[in-house]
Design a protein around this ligand. Structure first.
Ligand SMILES: Cc1ncc(COP(=O)(O)O)c(C=O)c1O
Length: 464
């Protein structure tokens, strides 16, 4: 047993908060952020940082928004909580109506959660309960992509296409069956982007026939990738093909829009880029309350929700579902999106950022690929632009991006997927409120960051 004497406890009560749990924070302490406004954050030393990735693509409306803060305070003063199984509340009703209107036909019913992982869990539980209630109890398998990210609860960890989790999951919970994600940069030999996308969609068909269609509940995919694939954008053909496959086998298609929804890609839902191949279920979170409150959602068709409600009802809840203060935050965030025309700015300033990144790529051989949609962009770092060779993992390129970013006044989110097996990248997805001038400043700081990173990596890199 560890020593938990009073003396020990006092010695270790060193004010590190949650960062005490993180390996990297032990090497380079995380800055202590005291205040934030717009795209900027300031630490306790007064150093400012541009929030390059909106945290993990959360702070879509920017920091320090008084309208949202006041809406939440007003709701908390009026009525802070009413348990959703015992009472309805008006902010929840209004918010669900507004979201459903923005999501459009096929997404009339909204189940609110406290975040993305919970939304993903609830989407699968909803489909499972629907399958049982409608006489299809053999439908248990959920197919996901390799690589992919769907959350950090035990069930969603099993859904993630993350090979580093193998020992953690072994004998603990069963990973979902995987098919390759339609990656676009590092392709297997003899494939181009188009042929590889077809290969990946064909893999869905094969996996379904291996498992037996009557056993497959759903196929879950990030329609535009986040950190797991470095913002991979699949082709229209791919999306149409997976839609067709799912329909033909009566398998639900689920879009995980937890990161890419809420206007990030230039449409309210990423699904709206392919309106004739809509999914059956969408999950959202992150930008919904933009960091002001924990909030996520499952979007489902009225026809399914109402049928299940008539049969058994969807019988799962958490204490914070449909929370009035979170709903008030969500409503105020939607007002701010409309007032500031944020979805449009994802297109306009997103294009400027992309252009700026492309010109950095022309100057800096360390940039291998720029990809993404709207203002959801990723920069892939390589040791060699021609061969696409990655830096050695031991050099910890993604960690170094974060550290050099901090030294140059940037807060950058980067994390290697599957221990760097698919490459190393970081996200450029600042708050959607970013102006042209701020985008220029971001790019200037990023150029300095990448030059510093390149100097350090190229000195150490055995490939050089
Ligand atoms: C695509 C995707 N799905 C699910 C999640 C999990 O969301 P949360 O961290 O809110 O639980 C994330 C979080 O990064 C995500 O990017």
């Amino acid at each position: 047993m560890p020593d938990i004497s009073v003396e020990h406890s006092t010695k270790h009560n060193d004010g590190r908060g949650q960062s005490a749990f993180y390996a990297t924070a032990n090497k380079v302490p995380l800055p202590l952020i005291e205040r934030a406004s717009g795209i900027h954050m300031w630490d306790d030393q007064g150093t400012s940082y541009i929030d390059v990735s909106s945290g993990p693509v959360v702070s879509n409306i920017g920091h320090g928004n008084a309208v949202v803060a006041e809406a939440m305070a007003a709701q908390a003063k009026k009525m802070e909580y009413a348990f959703a199984r015992l009472a309805q509340n008006r902010p929840n009703i209004e918010y669900c109506q507004r979201l459903a209107k923005l999501a459009g036909p096929g997404f009339e019913r909204i189940h609110l959660t406290s975040g993305g992982s919970e939304a993903m869990e609830n989407a699968i539980k909803f489909l499972r309960q629907y399958a049982i209630a409608t006489g299809k109890p053999s439908k248990t398998r959920v197919i996901t992509c390799q690589p992919s990210y769907h959350g950090a609860t035990i069930a969603t960890l099993a859904m993630n296409g993350e090979i580093m989790m193998k020992p953690f999951l072994q004998g603990f919970t069963e990973p979902t069956p995987k098919i390759p994600a339609p990656l676009t940069y590092r392709l297997p030999p003899n494939h181009n982007i188009k042929s590889y996308a077809r290969h990946c969609a064909d893999a869905l068909e094969s996996r379904i026939s291996e498992l037996g269609a009557s056993n497959v509940l759903a196929f879950v995919i990030e329609p535009v990738g986040g950190l797991s694939t470095g913002c991979v954008v699949p082709s229209r053909e791919y999306i149409c093909q997976i839609r067709e496959i799912c329909t033909s086998h009566a398998i639900h298609l689920v879009f995980d829009e937890i990161l890419c929804g809420m206007g990030r890609t230039g449409k309210f839902l990423a699904a709206h880029h392919w309106p004739d191949a809509l999914p059956d279920i969408v999950t959202m979170a992150k930008g919904m309350a933009s960091g002001y409150s924990p909030l996520g959602a499952v979007l489902a068709p009225a026809i399914m929700v109402d049928e299940l409600a008539d049969l058994t009802g969807f019988e799962f809840q958490y204490s914070y579902n449909a929370n009035p203060v979170s709903s008030a935050a969500g409503l105020a965030v939607l007002d701010e999106y409309a007032r500031l025309d944020l979805t449009n700015n994802a297109i306009v300033t997103g294009a400027k950022l992309r252009k700026g990144l492309e010109s950095l790529k022309a100057k800096l051989p360390i940039i291998g690929d720029i990809r993404g949609l709207g203002m959801l962009l990723a920069v892939e770092i390589v040791a060699d632009q021609t061969t696409k060779a990655s830096f050695e993992n031991e050099l910890q390129p993604t960690d170094l991006v974060r550290i050099h970013g901090l030294n140059n006044g940037l807060m950058i989110y980067s994390r290697p997927t599957s221990g760097g097996k698919y490459g190393h990248w970081f996200l450029v997805s600042p708050p959607l409120t970013i102006t042209t001038e701020e985008a220029t400043e971001l790019l200037e700081r990023l150029e300095r960051t990448l030059r510093d990173l390149s100097d350090q990596l190229c000195q150490q890199n055995p490939l050089e």
